[in-house]
Design a protein around this ligand. Structure first.
Ligand SMILES: *[C@@H]1O[C@H](CO)[C@@H](O)[C@H](O)[C@H]1NC(C)=O
Ligand SMILES: *[C@@H]1O[C@H](CO)[C@@H](O)[C@H](O)[C@H]1NC(C)=O
Ligand SMILES: *[C@@H]1O[C@H](CO)[C@@H](O)[C@H](O)[C@H]1NC(C)=O
Ligand SMILES: *[C@@H]1O[C@H](CO)[C@@H](O)[C@H](O)[C@H]1NC(C)=O
Ligand SMILES: *[C@@H]1O[C@H](CO)[C@@H](O)[C@H](O)[C@H]1NC(C)=O
Ligand SMILES: *[C@@H]1O[C@H](CO)[C@@H](O)[C@H](O)[C@H]1NC(C)=O
Length: 223
């Protein structure tokens, strides 16, 4: 079974429009908040409120509280820090693989949203490549399947206690830095055991994640 959840990833905005155009608030006569999240220009909700189509925000007010989405990518927006550090935090879907077929080498592939052509990059400063699970390993690949990074985990030693829940040093959890200028990535995850059956509460997983969300993910992967 594959479970899908949302994790937070930090995007960095490359656009040269940034400093000159960025505002701390929305354009006049435009919706300044979606729920409690501030939507400063060049982002905007509704026509004539955003700089260009890449910055269009859809505020889904059927949700309680209403939640903003980057329209072009249908990615939920958690925070926009355009003026300060040109970053925004978005939710990307991450798949957790719970079942091991028992054949010894399962490869599971995932694709990121494709930011090619947009003013956004996956921030190398604010994200890490995280691999979770017991004896899992994953490659981070570019669109041409060239290897960009690799990270691997081992199970805790028999009889030893579980690693502290903040640790991500290779036992059940591995993290590594990522190259800069990333606009798309694939993950190839391989495992030789089912982490759920191996007393691990960290599910089989591989994705970019905001560095400061790592310990939260380890402590409570499905929240
Ligand atoms: C918005 O509200 C949620 C839930 O009350 C809270 O967790 C979050 O920190 C708030 N965000 C901001 C930007 O205030
Ligand atoms: C808004 O959220 C509701 C509730 O989750 C969902 O059913 C609906 O499809 C969303 N609207 C759009 C346009 O995505
Ligand atoms: C960006 O700046 C804001 C405000 O200074 C800060 O709260 C936030 O943590 C910063 N984000 C990143 C990803 O550096
Ligand atoms: C990403 O988008 C670009 C521009 O639309 C396209 O040329 C490229 O093939 C896409 N890459 C992948 C892996 O889908
Ligand atoms: C990644 O996984 C796919 C699908 O199983 C496989 O065809 C491909 O060879 C793998 N790539 C690498 C570099 O291991
Ligand atoms: C993990 O689980 C698999 C399948 O249940 C089992 O074959 C393997 O021996 C376990 N590994 C460890 C280190 O406990």
């Amino acid at each position: 079974m594959v479970v899908e959840l949302t994790i937070w990833v930090c995007l960095w905005m490359t656009a040269s429009i940034s400093k000159a155009t960025a505002q701390s608030i929305a354009k006049p006569n435009c919706q300044a908040f979606c729920g409690n999240i501030s939507i400063p220009y060049p982002f905007g909700i509704g026509e004539n409120c955003y700089h260009d189509i890449w910055y269009e925000i859809f505020c889904n007010s059927s949700l309680s509280p209403p939640r903003p989405f980057l329209s072009r990518f249908s990615l939920e927006v958690e925070q926009i820090n355009f003026e300060d550090n040109q970053t925004l935090t978005v939710g990307i879907p991450m798949q957790l693989w719970e079942v091991w077929s028992g054949t010894g080498r399962d490869v599971m592939q995932g694709n990121s949203p494709n930011l090619t052509g947009s003013p956004f990059l996956f921030s190398s400063k604010d994200n890490v490549f995280l691999v979770g699970g017991c004896t899992g390993s994953a490659l981070l690949l570019d669109s041409g399947n060239r290897i960009l990074a690799w990270c691997a985990t081992i199970c805790p030693q028999q009889g030893s206690s579980m690693p502290s829940s903040e640790n991500c040093y290779g036992v059940l959890c591995c993290q590594t830095i990522i190259p800069s200028s990333l606009v798309f990535y694939r993950t190839n995850f391989t495992t030789s055991s089912n982490s759920y059956e191996n007393s691990s509460n960290i599910p089989n997983s591989a994705a970019l994640i905001e560095s400061n969300s790592v310990s939260k993910f380890i402590q409570n992967p499905t929240k």
